[in-house]
Structure formats: structure tokens, C-alpha cells
Write a protein that binds this ligand. Sequence first.
Ligand code: GLN
Length: 251
Amino acid sequence: MSTIRVGHLYPDYLNIYADRGNIAVLARRAAWRGHDLAVTAIDLADLIRPGGHDLYYIGGGQDREQLLVAGNLAAKAEPLHEAVAGGAAMLAVCGGYQLLGRGYRGFHGEEMPGVGLLPLETVAGTRRMIGDVLIECELDLGVRRSVAGFENHAGRTVLDPGAQPLGRVLAGFGNDGESGFEGCRSGRVIGTYLHGPLLPRNPWLADWLLAQALAHRTGGEPTELEPLPDELETRAHEVSAGRARSRGGRF
Ligand code: GLN
């Protein structure tokens, strides 16, 4: 059994909409399979040591909090790229997702540098995109699964041509309310606007991330984790998906 090492970036700054709940889900689901999750905070003064974490996590925040960490995060870009090139996985939610791109221009025109791990750019618009979202993803070839969550962002994220979205919007706004794309994926790095938090109602995605992190930890290929009953989780997903569908139409 393994210890999965999670580096939680700026937990005191980027933590809205219970995004910390994602860590709790990863910890429980790892423990149910006999693995430990060792979570360390990576704060402003901390250095990234490539190879030192199997999974990085960064949550959402308001423009104000993003502004406080953006320069510091951009200064960590090199070791983060090295860590990801070495096979570490990453999950970034909303404000954190925006900062994984090339940059984010906030609502008041603040220019925030990004890490450049995902091929995208974000500019805040005047209308906030708020509500339940349902998307369809294909992270493993030929396996389509849905992800349900809640979005609340002014940022409009545009993916570079050819970039891979996390999924296609079935209901809700997604990246920009126009493209029909939600989130972005590059190898083991996932960025998404979905809060709620994301993982309690989308347990398959938690397991996908754990499998990638375990593969980094053990040096092998990701293997599917032993299934769990997930009755409550499935119900939570259905309620959330139903709320998104009742918004009507596609983005
Ligand atoms: N400040 C960003 C926006 O409004 C992100 C908000 C969030 O993390 N919910 O687009």
C-alpha cells in the first residue's frame, strides 16, 4: 500500500465553495483502498520540489485572492513544469484553473501571470456565469462519463486551437458560455470551473486522479482502482445533474 503525497497550493487563499472537500474525498477514497494521503500545504514561502508530490491541488478564489498569489505561483512555474513532466498529476479548480493558463485579466483589468501548464487564456467579462453544470468527458479512450458541478465565474477561458477540453457542456456555461467546452486537460493535469466541491459528486474523477497519482508514486502505468459502492455519491451526482438539466438547453 502506498502513501500518496498531495501538495495543496495556497490553501489559505484559494479555498472558496468548500473546495477543500475535494481533498477529503481523495483521502477517504484512498483510505478505502488501503492507501494513505499525506497532504502538505505549499504556501507563498514554500518551494516546489519536483518529484516530491504525486498530485498537486489548487482551488478557487476571488480575483483579490488570485492577485495575491499569481506572481508567486508564476515564479514556481519551472519546478511545477518539471514535476508534471515527471508524471505528477494536478487538479485545478476555477481561480486555480485560470492561473494554470498563460494569464488571467481580472474584472478590474488586473493582469495576472499564469503558469503556462495549460494552453489557454482567461479574461474577465461583465456577466458572471453562475449555476449548475453538466458536462460529458472522455478521459480514457472510448469511456464517456459525466461530471456535474457548480460554476460561478466572470472569467471567460479560451482554449488554444487543438487544446483538449475536460469535457463538452451538456448544460451550463463552461469555459466561456460559447465554445461548448468546459475545463482543460493536458496529460495528468486537469483544470475545471466546477466547484461544489467537484469530487464528492463525481467519484470516478477522484479515482482517476488517485490512479494517476499512484502511477507517479509507484512508477508504473495507471491502473483502475477497486470499485466502491458509491450509492450516496451516485445520488449526489443525479441531483446535481438534474439541477443542471433543469436550466434547460445547452450552454
Ligand atoms: N475570480 C475568478 C472569476 O470570477 C474565479 C472565481 C472562482 O474561483 N469562483 O472568474
